[in-house]
Ligand binder design. Structure first.
Ligand SMILES: [Zn+2]
Length: 366
């Protein structure tokens, strides 16, 4: 048995030497052959039909961060094989094989990577899953990594982006893997309490305990086209409820239609979309210094101006200030901004409303 195992790869190496392998990849959706370089350049998206294939975590990260540069942090060491689990193979062995296949680190690596860098000049922390590592399953080490990512985000005052690609909990760790669900939820809560945005970018697949915990908690929930997102598999549900499920059930598009996902974004547009979204949520610097007006001038000018401009100026300001949301009030926006700073704000706000036309340009500009 063992000598056969030993010799088989050697024979294969002899036979297939000099034959270029994996130069062409067949698209699972449209059956077209794609040259591997073209596929890589297209971020593993089929150029013929737009099918999104799975992509390695590091490849994805390089496509998201500015200049493809980011720092990976080593998450805290987690307990290895706490249950001494064994099926056909020891869990510790499976883990070692997966770590060897992942290549980067010989020990301690797991299905989640934690890294930080900048996107559009903004600091960002990302926790990304690698599906090729034991199906991206979430065990203690992955929970540990996610918590580390959340704490790093709080420490750096940076938004957190989670990119799950996971079949769910790691069954070889039993209840300990299930306990990572509340743990990651608490980690998300810590980010929220620090008033930092948390974005969940769901990729294929986001299922089981991962979708049932942090993946669905994003302030903004983004999904890749065609990604499978759900808890239990379709067949399990059908067998349980004895009903046929609708077409496309548990796909990113279906969830988007039903309000579980905010947007479905193609991979090539992901970086731009994330940067644009983050710009709305994070403001690294105020657009300009706000200088309080002199109180005497305000009192003299305010009453007539307010009377004169009451009708038209108010509606002008409203349309100019909040084009995407028709219900948004300009005064709400101004007071929201003002409440962050303690001094001189009510006067400033009143003055802002009074001088209507000049002021209305300012919120639209940022
Ligand atoms: Zn295709």
């Amino acid at each position: 048995m063992s000598w056969l195992e030993n010799i088989r790869p050697k024979i294969r190496a002899l036979v297939t030497r000099d034959v270029p392998e994996n130069l062409w990849v067949k698209c699972a959706a449209c059956d077209q052959m794609i040259f591997h370089r073209e596929l890589d350049a297209n971020l593993k998206v089929c150029p013929h039909c737009g099918h999104h294939m799975r992509i390695a975590a590091r490849e994805r990260l390089a496509a998201l961060f500015d200049d493809g540069a980011y720092q990976e942090i080593e998450p805290p060491k987690a307990i290895v094989d706490p249950l001494k689990f064994r099926d056909r193979k020891r869990y510790s062995e499976r883990l070692r094989d997966a770590q060897a296949a992942a290549g980067a680190r010989e020990s301690g690596g797991d299905a989640a990577l934690v890294c930080h860098g900048t996107m559009g000049g903004m600091k960002v922390v990302i926790a990304a899953f690698d599906f090729s590592f034991m199906g991206g399953s979430m065990g203690v080490a992955v929970g540990e990594a996610f918590v580390a990512a959340a704490r790093l985000a709080v420490l750096q005052q940076a938004p957190l982006i989670a990119i799950p690609a996971s079949g769910g909990a790691r069954m070889q760790e039993g209840i300990l893997s299930l306990m990572q669900m509340p743990r990651t939820v608490v980690a998300v809560q810590e980010v929220r309490e620090a008033r930092l945005p948390f974005i969940s970018l769901m990729t294929d697949p986001t299922t089981g305990g991962v979708s049932a915990s942090f993946a669905m908690l994003g302030d903004i929930a983004i999904a890749e086209p065609g990604a499978t997102i759900g808890f239990a598999g379709k067949r399990v549900i059908e067998d349980t409820i004895r009903e046929k499920l609708p077409e496309g059930f548990q796909s990113a598009e279906y969830l988007h239609e039903h309000g579980m996902v905010d947007m479905v974004v193609p991979r090539q547009e992901m970086r731009e979309t994330l940067i644009r979204t983050l710009r709305h949520l994070v403001r690294p610097n105020p657009p300009a210094d706000v200088v309080p007006l002199k109180p005497a001038g305000r009192i003299a000018a305010a009453p007539e101006k307010q009377k004169a401009l009451a009708g038209p100026a108010e509606s002008d300001a409203e349309t100019a200030a909040a084009p995407p949301k028709p219900s948004g009030k300009p005064s709400g926006k101004a007071s929201g901004k003002a409440s962050g700073k303690p001094s001189g704000k009510p006067a400033e706000e009143a003055a802002g409303n009074a001088s209507g036309p000049d002021k209305s340009g300012e919120p639209a500009a940022d």
